[in-house]
Design a protein around this ligand. Structure first.
Ligand code: NAI
Ligand code: MG
Length: 363
């Protein structure tokens, strides 16, 4: 089989982290006949420098044609002054919009070797493996009206509007239920139906979707504020959490910090299945940004990018065994005491970006 991958390394530490994934792809092609065909494109500041856009139409077309896209990171002080429409982040927003990526998957996994350095008690996070599914293209970040109006009496009014339609809730909850089936078969839906009409509809549609197609999955509902509390109190009660754009933004950042450094956190964004092939458009990226403070020094942690590639194997190519092996390799390298600077602890061995990537590859 050929598997078409577009690599968009981006700016700052993006290319440094992507280089470690390229090593893995090369090894999988050479030793396991994985059949990855990679193309590379420019995004963010590096694309702006090359052709004045944060992503070119040609690279956008490559993303739409690829089976999956791996994205590094964009941005940096060098491009602080560029026009708003072509700022580095605009490239990522264009990718999400044109690929119609409505489901954002943010796992929170606690590697045993790092449990002791969590801000929570080790027994609260040890063995943690949860997945937050955040709706990414609707809700209060996009609803109209969205404006600041002048009330004329020295007062202004800022307005954002939370809007959700049935189909948006159906499709995001469908993703959550399907993913739950491949895991521990539990979904917790979070909203605030006690104070929001969109929350009433959210809860209702999730329950209907469950009843119609996914009644084998265990479904619970929780108010999103209580959910935040429970995430910190006893996160292991959850398997998959499905929630809207705003609550998902916050809850996924809270969950992220249960497990440690930004340099460890992968993510995936998925679109609707293609009517003919059944495959989903997908983009995989670390949660972190371009880290200008450490870029060029060879000390960035490549694990978030490597773990994003593991998600790509799992969700875009159904290479479940390979994804498991890659995730186990990451855990094993950490067990051996290897650490990049951002996760360094007493008694561990500090290594750079390349050595960390090589160690994962060797495992
Ligand atoms: P950041 O995530 O780039 O860095 C925050 C802190 O975490 C820094 O101290 C950095 O050194 C550290 N860090 C991040 N990733 C790391 C890794 N893999 N290994 C070791 N340490 C790591 O966020 P920041 O500093 O707020 O933003 C820097 C630039 O990145 C800005 O231009 C921002 O707009 C952009 N950004 C881009 C994102 C993306 O491409 N998706 C996401 C977030 C920020
Ligand atoms: Mg956020």
């Amino acid at each position: 089989a050929t598997r078409k991958l577009l690599l968009l390394p981006g700016d700052g530490i993006g290319p440094e982290a992507m280089a470690e994934v390229k090593k893995l792809i090369g090894m999988m092609n050479a030793d396991f006949n994985a059949g990855f065909e990679t193309e590379e494109g420019l995004v963010g500041g590096s694309a702006y420098d090359a052709h004045g856009q944060s992503i070119s139409d040609a690279d956008m077309a490559k993303a739409l044609a690829a089976d999956a896209t791996l994205f590094g990171a964009v941005g940096g002080p060098k491009w602080d002054g560029v026009p708003y429409e072509v700022r580095p982040e605009a490239g990522l927003l264009r990718l999400r919009k044109e690929m119609e990526l409505f489901a954002n998957l943010r796992p929170a996994i606690c590697y045993p070797a790092l449990a002791a350095s969590s801000s929570l008690k080790p027994d609260v996070v040890e063995g943690l493996d949860i997945l937050i599914v955040r709706e990414l293209t609707g809700g209060v970040y996009f609803g109209e009206p969205k404006e600041i109006i002048d009330l004329g009496n020295g007062q202004k009014r800022g307005i954002d509007t939370q809007v959700y339609d049935t189909f948006e809730i159906e499709r995001i909850s469908g993703v959550a239920f399907e993913l739950a089936r491949t895991r521990s078969n539990k979904v917790c839906s979070m909203e605030k139906h006690n104070v929001m009409k969109s929350g009433v509809l959210w809860k209702e549609v999730v329950a209907q979707t469950h009843k119609a197609k996914y009644s084998d999955v265990e479904l619970t509902h929780m108010l999103a504020d209580a959910g935040g509390m429970q995430l910190v109190r006893w996160p292991k009660q959850f398997d998959v959490i499905v929630t809207d754009n705003l609550f998902g933004d916050m809850l996924s950042d809270v969950a992220a910090m249960l497990t440690g450094s930004l340099g460890m956190l992968p993510s995936a964004s998925l679109g609707a299945p293609d009517a003919k092939t059944g495959t989903r458009r997908a983009l995989y990226e670390p949660v972190h940004g371009s880290a200008p403070d450490i870029s060029g020094k060879g000390i960035a942690n490549p694990i978030a990018m490597i773990a994003s590639f593991a998600m790509c194997l799992r969700y875009s190519f159904n290479m479940v065994e390979e994804a498991d092996r890659l995730e186990k390799a990451i855990a094993a390298v950490l067990d051996d005491g290897l650490r990049t600077r951002d996760i360094m602890s007493d008694g561990a061995t500090e290594v750079g970006t390349g050595a960390m990537g090589d160690a994962v590859l060797a495992k």
